[in-house]
Design a protein around this ligand. Structure first.
Ligand code: NAD
Length: 368
């Protein structure tokens, strides 16, 4: 079994704007190493289309091995039109799925935060989203995207049948629910668990297991259950009623995308995918911005690096046990926005337009 190196950070910038935004994360990591005497060991390698171009595969065994021994993987983004027509198994996105699956990263954490300075970027009214701070915990390695049997098969009368299977075991539900309860304890102490227990047996099991876990271990956390379709509606009606939402792979996919758009700014939202802790307390985890490789702006130096930098703040908090440093970085982001610095995607009247690297530099000057 490959051991996780406690302070090892693997940078996988990927494609498009990935290298530009991860370049700014690298500056921040170096700043922490130099100014705060933290001993992060940084490594960097290719993934996605850039790996395919050099090695004919979206992730080499060597890079996969490096990922296995890293406490933190910081991923930029993968993909782009250049690789749209290559064979399915070699597509850039296969590298991501391999990492998530093989590293057993079962809990995907997606905060949706609406910065007060950017409240006008949302399509919803300011009073609905101002101060919004919710965390969606999506189960990432089970459910209908992985269940068997699956496939497309011919049936009678020349018709075909598409099959996917939605399954969850008790332990798969309990381990992700635990993460949600633990997170809630550090936030506003409230968990909303979402499923479709009215029409799906797997949803009924989900509800029962979450409730049983709550009653056994997390009585002090407020728990409510909500049908996923209602949750989708409530996210638009009154999103501030939520603190932590925990849900399965399929509903989490939809609800987290919906929640992220409440904030109106793709370039600002981080994410974390966490694995289980082993008996030595080691955990594998991957952190990445929620946006893609943005081929339309790649190479122009205008990408917003904040989503990647806030993903690193999540890494400081969840993988590296450096809560104070995470808070300092998050505060630096607030300060820079307060000073009116904006990359092009979030620019508004009267604000100062900055490039990707100027944004990184401004954050570092705030950290000082
Ligand atoms: P995208 O997120 O790359 O871009 C959508 C829009 O948002 C674009 O106009 C882009 O310029 C803008 N944008 C995104 N991130 C930004 C940032 N940091 N700063 C400023 N503007 C930003 O989504 P897409 O265009 O649908 O996908 C492009 C490629 O990325 C596709 O190949 C897709 O498969 C891939 N993708 C990868 C990931 C990932 O690596 N996790 C996620 C989503 C999409």
């Amino acid at each position: 079994m490959i051991k996780v190196k406690k302070r090892k950070i693997l940078l996988l910038p990927g494609d498009g704007i990935g290298p530009e935004v991860i370049g700014e994360v690298k500056k921040i990591i170096n700043w922490f190493n130099n100014k705060k005497s933290l001993d992060f060991e940084i490594d960097e390698d290719l993934v996605g289309g850039s790996s395919y171009d050099k090695h004919g595969t979206p992730i080499t065994d060597e890079v996969f091995y490096k990922a296995l021994e890293s406490a933190v993987i910081m991923l930029g983004a993968v993909g782009g039109p250049k690789w749209d027509n290559i064979e399915f198994s070699k597509k850039p996105e296969r590298a991501l799925l391999k990492l998530r699956k093989e590293l057993k990263l079962f809990a995907n954490l997606r905060p949706a935060i609406c910065f007060k300075q950017l409240v006008d970027a949302s399509t919803l009214k300011p009073e609905i989203v101002s101060g919004l701070d919710i965390m969606i915990v999506r189960e990432l390695t089970g459910g209908i995207y992985f269940g068997e049997p699956r496939g497309i098969k011919p049936i009678e009368n020349g018709e075909r049948k598409g099959i996917n299977t939605h399954t969850y075991t008790s332990s798969e539900i309990i381990r992700v629910a635990k993460i949600a309860f633990e997170l809630a304890k550090k936030r506003s102490n409230k968990v909303t668990s979402c499923e479709k227990s009215n029409v799906m047996e797997a949803g009924q099991l989900w509800r029962e297991e979450v409730q049983t876990l709550h009653d056994k271990e997390y009585k002090d956390v407020e728990l409510s259950h909500m049908l996923a379709d209602n949750c989708s509606m409530q996210l638009l009606r009154n999103p501030k009623q939520f603190d932590v939402i925990v849900t399965d792979n399929l509903f989490g996919d939809m609800l987290s995308d919906q929640a992220s758009m409440l904030t109106g700014s793709l370039g600002l939202l981080p994410s974390a995918s966490l694995g289980a802790k082993n008996k030595d307390g080691e955990m594998r985890a991957m952190y990445e911005p929620i946006h893609g490789s943005a081929p339309d702006i790649a190479g122009k130096g205008i990408a917003n690096p904040i989503a990647s930098i806030l993903s690193f703040a999540m890494a400081l908090r969840y993988s590296l046990d450096l809560d104070k440093e995470a808070e300092a970085l998050e505060k630096a982001v607030q300060d820079v926005l307060n000073d009116g610095f904006r990359t092009k995607d979030i620019l508004s009247d009267g604000m100062k337009e900055v490039s990707t690297s100027q944004m990184g530099d401004a954050l570092i000057s705030k950290l000082q």
